[in-house]
Design a protein around this ligand. Structure first.
Ligand code: B12
Ligand code: SF4
Length: 305
């Protein structure tokens, strides 16, 4: 008979996840230290929400006191298309919102676990709770943090989303970390047009096109980025596009990540003319809503200069 831990892993695969691993729900001491250093350096820019109670991010028991185990999953979102310019959209936002896709898979897993252990309690996290997703993926031995600061796997590259299911039950744990395979490569640092990777593994958000076009709420694109936008309307994939480990990218079998309307870019002119009802309709269940119509118009206007 299969153990509960083995069943949970099978449920993850059945729910469409590409990788799964189970680790104890402990405090991430070293990672918390690094988060503090990153915050102290001001690399979070205007993302005040991440600076709020950073200690909570380091320990799953802070958000779910009964936590015993963390089931960490990866979901491949690579589809076999290229960026088109201008109005480039980053790959992660071509299809449906990963918060919905990964979140619903994790909820399905929890329901199936409850059929076996009805009293089990769990918490679904996919960038919806103050968890350090990348640090958990590394702890779970699913990959390593690359110099561009994203998690890289040996066999799928870095085009993976990360999610966790925290459970109040002790399970059989996986051990073993994947060692850092970046070696002497500096392709991501060399390619970043704004030098946002200020040193290997450390990204200064103020300089990152992804931050400027998605998270930043000001009226103008920050000066650190404004002359290097290079056609990006939403997000940026440059540091991952040049990563040699992404030669192992494989198309996902999940059609929800296929580009909506077959488009990997959105015409800046179209955005400038877009009214709110059309925006709601066009970007329903898309991560692009994160930038709000105002943010997209600001980005589009900048691209038209
Ligand atoms: C804030 C945030 C951002 C910010 C800051 C990015 C960043 N590097 O942290 C901005 C807006 C810039 C951003 C951009 C993107 N993001 Co983002 N983001 C997050 C978020 C919400 C928190 C990340 C965080 O905790 N940052 C704080 C710093 C301290 O963390 P860190 O970079 O991981 O720091 C670690 C390393 O620096 C490392 N470290 C430090 N020094 C050293 C030294 C050595 C030797 C080593 C080995 C390690 C090391 O230790 C730190 C702690 O582990 C997570 C979701 C989540 N809840 O975790 C998604 C998340 C990281 N984002 C994600 C994605 C997809 C992106 C983009 C690719 C989107 C896009 N295409 O535009 C870009 C990538 C830009 C980049 N190069 O990082 C995915 C990444 C998936 C993956 N494979 O890793 C996540 C995990 C969401 C998810 N659940 O899937 N993001
Ligand atoms: S996402 Fe773009 S701007 Fe940000 S670190 Fe990577 S290459 Fe640089």
């Amino acid at each position: 008979m299969m153990s509960l831990s083995a069943n949970i892993k099978q449920f993850a695969i059945d729910a469409g996840f590409d990788r799964v691993s189970i680790v104890p729900a402990v405090r991430l001491d070293d990672e918390a230290e690094r988060l503090s250093e990153w915050l102290d350096a001001g690399y979070h820019a205007s993302m005040d929400w991440i600076a709020r109670e950073p200690q909570r991010r380091a320990d799953p028991r802070e958000i779910f006191p009964a936590a015993r185990s963390v089931v960490v999953v990866l979901k491949n979102y690579y589809t076999d298309h290229r960026h088109t310019s201008p109005g480039k959209i980053s790959r992660y936002a071509w299809g449906d919102d990963y918060h919905d896709v990964v979140g619903s898979g994790l909820r399905t897993m929890l329901e199936r676990i409850r059929l076996e252990v009805p009293e089990i309690e769990g918490k679904v996290c996919v960038d919806t709770a103050p968890m350090m997703d990348k640090a958990w993926a590394v702890r779970a031995g699913l990959g390593w943090i690359g110099k561009h600061s994203n998690v890289i796997t040996r066999d799928l590259g870095s085009w993976v989303f990360i999610g966790e299911l925290i459970l109040d039950l002790e399970l059989e744990y996986d051990s073993g970390l994947v060692e850092d395979h970046c070696g002497t490569c500096t392709a991501c640092l060399d390619a970043c047009p704004t030098s946002a990777i200020v040193e290997p593994y450390i990204v200064d958000s103020v300089k990152c096109i992804s931050y400027a076009t998605i998270e930043y709420r000001g009226d103008q694109i920050p000066p650190e980025v404004s002359s290097h936008l290079d056609g990006w309307l939403y997000g940026c994939d440059i540091c991952q596009d040049v990563c040699p480990w992404n030669r192992f990218e494989k198309p996902t079998s999940d059609v929800r990540f296929e580009p909506r309307l077959g488009q990997t870019s959105v015409e800046p002119n179209g955005i400038l003319e877009m009214e709110h009802p059309e925006y709601v309709e066009r970007f329903r269940r898309s991560p692009i809503k994160r930038a709000k119509l105002n943010g997209l118009k600001r980005n589009a206007k900048h691209l038209m200069k």
